[in-house]
Structure formats: C-alpha cells, structure tokens
Design a protein around this ligand. Structure first.
Ligand code: SF4
Ligand code: SF4
Length: 108
C-alpha cells in the first residue's frame, strides 16, 4: 500500500466498489463480510455506502484526507486490492476530495 493511502481514503469515498458475489463469505472461499455488502445485480454486490451519495464505504474508518483505515483490510475485495495509488482513477478520487495529485510509486 502506498504511504499516501494512510492519509487519504478518497477512493473509498468516491466510487461504487462492486465485485463478484463469490468474493463474499457467502461463498466458502470468499472473505469479504457479506453483511457489509448489498446486491447490485444477480451476480454482483457492492460495499455498503458506495452506492450512496455521498459515497463512503461502510468499512472506512477515520477522516478522508487526514487519517484513514479499512476495517476489513485483509479481507477486502479484488476491486480494492487492484486499485493503484497514483493511477488516473486515484487522482480523480483525490481531486473530488480536494487532495493534490500523486505519482504512481515503483513496485518493490
Ligand atoms: S485515492 Fe489513491 S492515494 Fe487515496 S487511498 Fe485511494 S489509492 Fe490511496
Ligand atoms: S473495503 Fe476497505 S479498501 Fe475497500 S472501499 Fe471499503 S474501506 Fe476502502
């Protein structure tokens, strides 16, 4: 995780965070708590709070742009895992929260 993310959280409060239902613990191999999700289609769910306006994922603790943490970090969805700091979408989310753009960091 980028160090920028610890004081950001903008992407958890900007977009609908949806994924295949089998990533939830309703499936034997899923890990995302189903109780924190809601259905968006017959096969997809999203994190509660991310289909609302304003968007704020139910699992996001803290204050966007100050200090944040994800309550289900180890069990977060592939959508969350694949979101990369410094990407175009990241900087779009940051701009929505009046945070400056950042550059992608080299993978280590
Ligand atoms: S918007 Fe970018 S910097 Fe902020 S938490 Fe998401 S990935 Fe990290
Ligand atoms: S599950 Fe965690 S990482 Fe994913 S959107 Fe919610 S707070 Fe952010």
């Amino acid at each position: 995780m980028s160090q920028h993310c610890l004081s950001c959280g903008a992407c958890c409060a900007a977009f609908r965070v949806s994924f295949y239902w089998a990533e939830t613990d309703a499936h034997p191999l899923g890990r995302v708590p189903q109780a924190l999700t809601q259905a968006v289609s017959p096969h997809h769910v999203c994190m509660q709070g991310t289909a609302n306006s304003p968007v704020h994922c139910i699992a996001l603790d803290g204050e966007v742009g100050k200090q944040v943490s994800c309550r289900i970090y180890a069990a977060r969805s592939s959508t969350c895992r694949e979101f990369s700091a410094g990407s175009e979408a990241c900087n779009r989310a940051r701009a929505m929260h009046n945070l400056p753009a950042i550059q992608a960091e080299a993978e280590v």
